[in-house]
Ligand binder design. Structure first.
Ligand code: SF4
Length: 286
């Protein structure tokens, strides 16, 4: 196990401006608030004591809504191996865009097909596509880029090809995610992944919700907190009894943790979740 998590998710915002039909936010009560800038900087400083860490600046909300978004991005600049973000691409002001191009290493735009996006995400395709095009133009290849869509039960293979053709040659990677958590169990894919294997996430990453509570991974939407960075350092929580116990559960495959036990998006190995398809481009990121 690494002495410190290799990948750290910092949830800048748990507020979102969209209510997408397939988003697990619909199962979580009271998602509001932004990460306190002082807490964010404290975490960034602690992480920068460790070499080659990957920072992910989103989780359950739209990060670009954070009132200090640009300032927080510039604070990260040059301190970490990678800084990644996902956004719905709806609020790309010039100053946000400039900050993203100047500081990020990877950005993923979560969108949908032109004929579906109004129904699934409640936004106009032309507006979001124009924002992404503007980013790509300004970016000029500096930040690695991805567009992604969710393949719910209504999406056909022909529509996946259509999506791929729309963005092929414009972005570095096109990714199609299966819908998950549709039955209310976070990470549940409703498909057989074969025999369960230990998940590497408790040995690999930490998630910090916007209020400072510590979760498990990108499939933790409102699990029992494992720690609180308002009280303890990331390093202390990484070696805490709660996380050690979760690791033991995974190693022994006797998983009682309320979030992990019903999740079938477990990662058997680094960069191998077995979920989501790279439709085009090279897969360098989780
Ligand atoms: S089993 Fe699922 S919820 Fe638990 S750590 Fe792994 S990916 Fe996250």
């Amino acid at each position: 196990m690494p002495e410190f998590p290799l990948r750290i998710e910092l949830e800048l915002s748990c507020v979102c401006n969209l209510t997408c039909s397939y988003c697990p936010r619909r199962y979580v009560d009271d998602l509001s608030g932004f990460m306190d800038p002082a807490l964010f900087k404290q975490l960034i400083d602690e992480i920068s004591n460790y070499k080659d860490r990957v920072i992910v600046l989103h989780r359950r909300g739209e990060s670009l809504l954070h009132p200090d978004f640009e300032e927080l991005l510039y604070y990260c600049k040059g301190k970490h191996k990678e800084v990644q973000i996902a956004t719905n691409g709806t609020i790309m002001t010039d100053s946000k865009l400039e900050a993203m191009v100047a500081t990020l290493s990877f950005v993923s735009f979560s969108i949908d097909l032109p004929e579906r996006i109004k129904d699934t995400r409640g936004v106009d395709y032309e507006i979001v596509a124009a924002n992404i095009e503007k980013f790509l133009q300004r970016n000029n290849g500096r930040v690695e880029t991805q567009v992604s869509m969710v393949k719910d039960n209504d999406v056909t293979d022909a529509q996946v090809s259509q999506f791929t053709n729309l963005w092929k040659g414009k972005v570095d990677r096109i990714r199609v995610y299966e819908e998950h958590s549709s039955d209310g169990d976070y990470g549940s894919l409703n498909r057989d992944r074969g025999e369960r294997q230990p998940c590497i996430m408790p040995f690999y990453e930490m998630l910090i919700f916007c209020d400072g509570m510590v979760g498990r991974c990108n499939h933790d939407w409102d699990g029992e907190p494992i720690g609180d960075v308002n009280k303890d350092t990331l390093h202390k929580i990484w070696y805490s009894a709660g996380l050690q116990d979760l690791r033991r559960q995974h190693e022994a495959l006797t998983i009682t943790d309320g979030t992990c036990k019903n999740c079938d998006s477990w990662y058997p190995a680094e960069k191998n979740q077995g979920t989501g398809t790279v439709a085009e481009g090279i897969s360098k990121k989780l």
